[in-house]
Design a protein around this ligand. Structure first.
Ligand SMILES: Nc1nc2c(ncn2[C@@H]2O[C@H](COP(=O)(O)OP(=O)(O)OP(=O)(O)O)[C@@H](O)[C@H]2O)c(=O)[nH]1
Ligand SMILES: [Mg+2]
Length: 472
């Protein structure tokens, strides 16, 4: 079947997984989603332009040189996050050593004083980005009071990037869910603050509830609403998935660190012009599916997924796990790596760890195809791993080799085989094979009205074929 025709077939390629918004009209209406997606964070992240001062608290470990490189790379990643956002600029940055990040105070007294002076002296900054996964609500407030500007952590910044990139209902709901823990800790903090002034724990007149209890109840209700909406989407997705299974197209999930080139690769493999790769972190937030053809003419569906990030707050991953759940149902995983990136090895470890935490079946983990992308940026790239496939998605190099590897692995994992069958041309056999298997070649049309047909066929389909046409 021609893959370009497939693209129009919603039940197959449509976003079977993240689910296309059109498919969801009957499940969720726009106003419900928009209500849940309204900006809830009082942190001021989303308000206008930001001129950012980045502080990376660095925990000492390993040799001096080793740890310094890591800290610098982590700082570079933080700068990358800020630059992803339109209207955000980095004004200044500093790496400061710290003892343990778990301590109540992040910085020692001396360091903190130096930092405070420097921040106060830097003109025009609107916020400080402290590059830790999560600041406690208490430290956030203390730092904000000391520095007189907004203070963001990694969770807040990443969430904000997600929020800016969210397009579909499902992505929006997942983001709203990821905000709940933040809202909950902020609430605690606000109430503690009010309590100091003698307000938060008082009963609201006549209700029998304190202000804290009312707010907590509202938050719980919001969380339940989001979860129930997501559950409705999940059911719909399962339905679409079972429809796809009937068609029996193998699924190839393309995973990898953010910005490694997943979308570009799928675009190159499928020629799907609708895909938009971007030099941006988390450009893809929705799982979408695209049909492509292998050398044997077999059609496979490539699934484009959300990228990973080191120290991506795990609560954020939890919120997106429903989408990633589909990855576990693939026939094959392709792990794309940006080998031109200085942190490529750490990125690989990170991706594999996330995959482990998603409980991907053993057979899938063992058959991952590792793709080394962006080799055009390295002079005469020598692939250190003979099992990996070097490519340049952008320059379309190495793609034939990759397609062959995908084909070979898919044939193994799906139990498909290539067979040459003698077919009676005046019987419905050929039509049946076109429908239920992949016909590669029709040869040797003889005088006796027979032909040799080369097909890729699953064991189950071949069983049915033998039953239907026992005499051949
Ligand atoms: N030089 C070079 N650049 C590439 C290659 N592949 C992708 N890129 C660039 O890398 C950037 C990111 O590409 P995407 O395909 O959007 O990456 P992604 O992995 O889908 O990123 P997210 O969806 O944000 O996780 C874009 O600017 C691409 O043009 C390649 O082979 N060579
Ligand atoms: Mg992408």
């Amino acid at each position: 079947m021609d893959p370009s025709r497939l693209k129009d077939n919603k039940s197959i390629t449509g976003h079977y997984s993240s689910v296309d918004d059109e498919d969801l009209e009957d499940v969720l209406d726009d106003s419900e989603v928009e209500e849940l997606f309204q900006q809830q964070l009082p942190a001021g992240v989303g308000e206008g332009d930001h001129r950012i001062f980045i502080v990376h608290p660095d925990v000492k470990w390993g040799s001096k040189k080793q740890h310094l490189t890591t800290a610098e790379l982590q700082m570079a990643e933080a700068v990358g996050l800020v630059n992803t956002l339109q209207n955000w600029t980095v004004v200044d940055k500093i790496i400061l050593s710290t003892k343990t990040p778990e301590k109540k105070r992040i910085f020692g007294k001396g360091n903190f004083q130096t930092l405070t002076e420097r921040i106060r002296k830097t003109p025009g900054i609107t916020a400080v980005f402290v590059n830790v996964e999560r600041l406690s609500a208490l430290s956030e407030r203390e730092l904000q009071e000391a520095w007189g500007v907004k203070v963001f952590d990694r969770y807040t910044v990443v969430l904000h990037i997600f929020r800016c990139n969210a397009r579909t209902k499902e992505a929006k709901l997942q983001i709203s869910l990821a905000e709940i823990p933040l809202l909950r800790s902020r609430l605690k903090n606000e109430i503690a603050h009010l309590d100091q002034q003698g307000g938060g724990s008082r009963y609201i007149m006549g209700s029998g509830e304190t202000l804290m209890e009312v707010q907590q109840r509202l938050l719980k209700e919001r969380e339940l609403k989001i979860r129930s909406a997501l559950e409705r989407l999940r059911k719909k997705r399962h339905l679409l998935r079972s429809q796809r299974k009937l068609k029996d197209f193998p699924i190839v999930s393309v995973m990898g660190y953010t910005n490694c080139g997943k979308t570009t690769l799928i675009k190159a493999l499928t020629g799907d012009a609708g895909l938009e790769p971007k030099d941006q972190l988390f450009a893809t937030l929705d799982v979408t599916v695209h049909a492509g053809r292998l050398p044997s003419h077999m059609t496979v569906l490539y699934v484009d997924t959300i990228g990973f990030l080191s120290q991506l707050p795990h609560q954020l991953i939890d919120s997106f796990s429903a989408t990633l759940e589909d990855v576990a149902h693939s026939d094959l995983l392709v792990h794309v790596r940006d080998v031109s990136h200085p942190e490529t090895v750490n990125q690989k470890v990170n991706v594999l760890n996330v995959l482990k935490s998603l409980q991907i079946p053993e057979r899938l983990m063992n058959s991952i195809i590792e793709v080394h992308n962006k080799i055009d940026l390295i002079q005469e790239y020598e692939c250190p791993d003979s099992d990996a496939v070097p490519v340049s998605a952008l320059r379309e190099l190495g793609l034939d080799e990759l397609k062959l590897r995908v084909q070979e692995t898919i044939m193994k994992s799906t139990g498909k085989q290539t067979l040459s069958l003698k077919v009676q041309l005046d019987s419905p056999q050929l039509g049946w094979l076109y429908k239920e298997a992949t016909v590669q070649e029709v040869d040797d049309v003889g005088d006796d009205c027979t032909a040799t047909v080369k097909v890729i066929i699953s064991t189950a389909a071949y069983g049915r074929y033998r039953k239907l046409f026992p005499d051949t």
